[in-house]
Design a protein around this ligand. Structure first.
Ligand code: ADP
Ligand code: MG
Ligand code: ZN
Length: 615
């Protein structure tokens, strides 16, 4: 191999649950309380807000994992307000920034932003103010390319820092740093320069979406020191999740679903392409829904107008690409429908997260078929997919990396497919496992399709298979991703398998007889239970990353010493396979009925299952 993989070691300290940070005895506690009420109009703090603020104001680097809508902005806006100096905020999207600044100015907090596509004179004006002896701004927002490409800005920051006026550096949507994230932005990787230049200025990194690998990537790339991590459960109990076979009658299914369950309520339908958005919107309009489309090739004024109509409830439904959503703050979104396969579980979780901000029950329905997987994969390879936050498009350094990015994207997509094809496990458990969070399925209370349809289980001893999988990871040198290991185990003869001559490994094909998805379930279980670890590998010159499985020896010793692994499988139910059901209209319409029943008046689950089976 031409490169030596470097395993990253990251130091961080768990902050959630540490009593120190929830103390009311900080010198600034009183001021926090007063301003939270008076300026921001909040009655109290939400979970972790006070703790994050206290840790950050104590001068620590802080990493925050908080679901969308959890209230991350307050954790830097409030300190910015009550401390001297200026807070630098890096945020990926100009529209997000403008929205924030509007709110700040409404609250009488002086704030400004700089972005590359701003008038030169206007930029000069702001820079001049930064230089002035008494700079009025409390917050300065910039897009990441400003930091990466403007020496002028860095000089001004230097100057602020020299005058002890650079209070804090905030990296919002910090997952954009990582190629593992669904929103990778190359310019975010250059942000490490900030910590290098201003090692004593506290950094606050915020995101709503980070797997273990993304988290380590972010901490590493930003150079955070002894960083304190605050995280909270990503489970959203009021969202009901379902995956439904996508058929030729998909649009009729969607129409019916909305009419029966969410008539005249507000929702988002995510579509893969711009054309899909327009097609779906047109069809739903014909069906009498107040509906519009939203995508990247509309001009900004058009987009703003659609978004505004939607915010004001003049339109109920928006058919959009993933370009729509970041920073959307409408509390009463009652449903999020995915008309086609999302690109990653993280992206999916985030998109669903736009529903039910007000805590009321809301639906998340994903229409899945296997041919969409092929379609998305093809579009990924063409770079033809609209990115949720790409404003500046791909640049050169990104192009150099594009091979690796494609690999990462494909891996993310494969995981999404296995989520869709899983008809056994709780959807919440599957999503949360992806964020490194353990979840007890019984807490789901039948609010996902899988928990709903499975009424009885048999317990199966899968220790043998688990042993084989662990063995296979070892046999292949602990250098491959889970999807590769599964390919080998199931006996694939793909290019990748052949390239590494894995078709001659002794366990190649040992899992051939297993039902599809079973091996992957067991492998994921091994990861969640820590028998296997997933490690990020920074592999080459350009800093690209991949995720590889490693064996956790001490834990695995128990496994080989006779510890059994028992997993639950549905017993009687021949669960309906969501995959590969391209052209079975009857099944499609039945599925909508099934959903209708589930959403409105959950019957006894057994009737439900009988109903499906009698189809
Ligand atoms: P995030 O960035 O985590 O997605 P935001 O910072 O945009 O979330 O906040 C989401 C919404 O929650 C905003 O409307 C904000 O005003 C509101 N909010 C934040 N903190 C509180 C609080 N302590 N009490 C009430 N509302 C809050
Ligand atoms: Mg935010
Ligand atoms: Zn469930």
């Amino acid at each position: 191999e031409a490169f030596i993989p470097k395993i990253i070691e990251v130091n961080y300290i768990e902050g959630s649950g540490d009593k120190r940070w929830s103390s009311y005895d900080f010198p600034w506690t009183k001021e926090l309380e007063v301003n939270n009420k008076k300026v921001f109009g909040n009655h109290s703090f939400r979970p972790n807000q006070r703790e994050i603020i206290n840790a950050s104001m104590s001068g620590c680097d802080v990493f925050v994992l908080m679901p969308t809508g959890g209230g991350k902005s307050l954790t830097y806006q409030l300190p910015a307000l009550i401390r001297p100096g200026i807070t630098l905020v890096i945020s990926p999207l100009v529209s997000l920034i403008q929205d924030q600044i509007m709110h700040l100015l409404q609250a009488n907090i002086p704030a400004a932003y700089l972005s590359a596509n701003m008038e030169w004179a206007e930029q000069q004006e702001i820079l001049r103010e930064l230089n002035s002896d008494y700079c009025k701004y409390k917050l300065l927002y910039v897009t990441p390319e400003k930091v990466a490409r403007s020496d002028n800005l860095l000089r001004h920051l230097d100057n602020l820092h020299f005058r002890e006026l650079l209070a804090r550096i905030v990296i919002d949507e910090a997952h954009c740093v990582s190629q593992w994230g669904h929103d990778f932005r190359p310019d975010y990787q250059g942000l490490g320069i900030l910590k290098q230049k201003f090692p004593n200025t506290p950094v606050l990194a915020l995101t709503a979406t980070a797997t273990a690998s993304v988290k380590e990537d972010v901490v590493q790339a930003l150079g955070l020191v002894n960083c304190i991590i605050f995280r909270q459960s990503f489970n959203r109990p009021n969202l009901w999740y379902s995956v439904v076979p996508k058929t030729k009658k998909c649009l009729e299914d969607i129409d019916k679903f909305i009419r029966v369950n969410h008539f005249d309520e507000c929702g988002i339908i995510y579509c893969l392409s711009r054309m899909d958005c327009e097609k779906v919107a047109e069809k739903l309009q014909e069906c009498g829904h107040k509906c519009a489309f939203y995508h990247g090739s509309m001009d900004p004024a058009q987009r703003a107008s659609v978004q505004k109509q939607w915010s004001k409830d003049e339109i109920n439904i928006i058919c959009a690409t993933v370009a729509f959503g970041m920073g959307i703050n409408k509390p009463d979104v009652r449903f999020v429908i995915h008309h086609s396969l999302p690109k990653s579980i993280e992206g999916y979780h985030q998109e669903c997260g736009r529903a039910g901000r007000d805590g009321q029950r809301s639906s998340c329905i994903l229409y899945y078929n296997y041919s969409d997987y092929i379609r998305v994969k093809h579009m990924l390879s063409q770079g033809a997919i609209e990115q949720s936050s790409m404003t500046s498009g791909y640049n050169r350094s990104n192009m150099i990396n594009s091979g690796r990015i494609l690999e990462t994207n494909t891996e993310n997509l494969v995981r999404m497919v296995s989520y869709c094809e899983n008809d056994v496990d709780c959807r919440r458990l599957l999503q949360l496992a992806h964020f490194g969070e353990k979840f007890n399925s019984s807490t789901c209370q039948k609010t996902c399709d899988n928990c709903l349809k499975i009424t009885s289980f048999i317990e199966k001893d899968v220790t043998e298979i688990a042993n084989q999988l662990v063995e296979l990871v070892k046999l292949t040198g602990q250098r491959f991703s889970s999807s590769h290991i599964l390919e080998v185990y199931r006996g694939s003869l793909s290019q990748m398998v052949k390239k590494h001559r894995h078709e001659i490994v002794s366990l190649h094909g040992a899992g051939k007889h297993l039902a599809k998805g079973e091996a992957s379930r067991i492998l994921h279980h091994l990861v969640v239970e820590d028998f296997l670890g997933e490690e990020v590998k920074k592999s080459d010159f350009y800093g690209s990353v991949s995720s590889i499985l490693k064996v956790n020896e001490p834990k695995v010793r128990n496994l080989f010493a006779g510890q059994r692994i028992i997993l639950r499988f549905p017993s009687s139910v021949k669960a309906s396979k969501p995959g590969k059901s391209d052209a079975t209209p009857a099944k499609g319409s039945l599925t909508s009925e099934k959903l209708n029943v589930m959403q409105i008046d959950p019957p006894s689950p057994q009737t439900e299952v009988d109903h499906i089976l009698s189809a």
